[in-house]
Design a protein around this ligand. Structure first.
Ligand SMILES: Cc1cc2nc3c(=O)[nH]c(=O)nc-3n(C[C@H](O)[C@H](O)[C@H](O)COP(=O)(O)O)c2cc1C
Length: 324
């Protein structure tokens, strides 16, 4: 299959454990959280720790503004894990990021984007960039994608929303098609609102994009990569049953606690809610689970809930059919 399926970059979500889990579930590639070039080049320990130990199938996304800092950071990444693929964040809409000229603010300066990409490319890096549509009043994604392509980027991924939209409204997949047709020499990635194999199928069918990026749809649902892959391969729909959900919930939790110690229970909260999402009558168990600060108790509450569902389900409840 030529299509590559990726875990889209997500700050605060794509830690090592989640990236590895998604890869084990069929993601070809997992992007990191965005990592600050200012942090990396000033020896910020936290930024440094965010670089994957293995560069195999795990791609670092950098955010910043100064081409030289991007280059220094890329060299730090390469020296740590041997990877020469760097993804540039030109889509983050968060105010405190944009205010400093980072993330989506880069889209206002296509020449700077070209310089960053060019400098990295000249120094032997394989460069990709993730963009948005642009601003409401200046949806300049095509101009930005061209600038990145002229600088040597091999992949441009687009989240089809404007900066002002944040996550509101529907992602505009058509923008990926526009890029695909305008820039035949560049791979195009599509991001936004891909939550099911059905979305994936339509997104690719409509745009012919080369990379499919899944973000929110993978949280608490890492099987999505396997399900999408299988659907593209054989048009078969894999059913993920409750026992498998329970198994992966426990696996993910155990690995998180092993990595971070008891603090991991706080980091894991977003996943607890997500693993229970869409399951019948899960509201109460979510509230209970979020209050737990002891791993065994958290497991008891959540596994008890899963067991009850499993015993009465026997093949019935599909996630997403019933609101949780
Ligand atoms: C919690 C969260 C954090 C995100 N962090 C990043 C980031 O660090 N870099 C980036 O390029 N996009 C980031 N995104 C955007 C996603 O990669 C993706 O483009 C967007 O969520 C739309 O895709 P989805 O509908 O599959 O979620 C983030 C999204 C979410 C929900």
């Amino acid at each position: 299959m030529n299509l590559k399926i990726a875990l889209s970059p997500m700050a605060g979500v794509n830690d090592k454990i989640f990236r590895e889990l998604c890869i084990s579930m069929g993601a070809d590639i997992a992007f990191t959280e965005m990592i600050s070039v200012n942090g990396l080049t000033s020896n910020n320990f936290k930024s440094f720790e965010m670089i994957p130990k293995s560069g195999k199938r795990q791609v670092v996304q950098l955010f910043g503004r100064e081409p030289e800092l991007f280059l220094k950071s890329a060299e730090i990444v390469r020296s740590k894990n041997g990877s020469n693929w760097i993804d540039i964040n030109a889509g983050c809409p968060v105010k405190k990021v944009v205010k400093r000229g980072y993330g989506s603010a880069l889209m206002e300066d296509p020449r700077r984007i070209r310089s960053i990409v060019e400098l990295l490319s000249k120094n032997g890096f394989k460069v990709s960039i993730k963009i948005r549509l642009g601003r409401e009043k200046n949806k300049n994604y095509l101009e930005v994608a061209k600038a990145a392509s002229d600088g040597g980027a091999f992949l441009v991924s687009i989240h089809g929303r404007t900066v002002e939209q944040g996550y509101n409204g529907k992602a505009n997949w058509e923008s990926a098609k526009v890029l695909k047709e305008a820039l035949p020499g560049v791979k195009i990635g599509i991001s936004g609102d891909i939550f099911t194999y059905f979305d994936a199928y339509h997104a690719i069918n409509q745009t012919k994009a080369d990379f499919l990026l899944i973000a929110r749809g993978a949280i608490g649902n890492p099987w999505i990569f396997k399900v999408v892959r299988e659907y593209f391969k054989s048009q078969k729909v894999i059913h993920v049953d409750l026992s498998e959900r329970k198994r992966v919930f426990n696996l993910h939790l155990d690995k998180t606690i092993k990595e971070y110690g008891i603090h991991g229970i706080i980091l894991f909260r977003k996943f607890v809610v997500a693993y229970l999402k869409g399951l019948p009558n899960s509201h109460e168990v979510k509230l209970k689970a979020l209050k737990k600060s002891n791993v065994e108790e958290l497991k008891r509450v959540v596994n008890g809930f899963f067991d009850k569902l499993i015993s009465c389900e026997q093949g019935g409840v599909e996630r997403g059919n019933i609101k949780g």
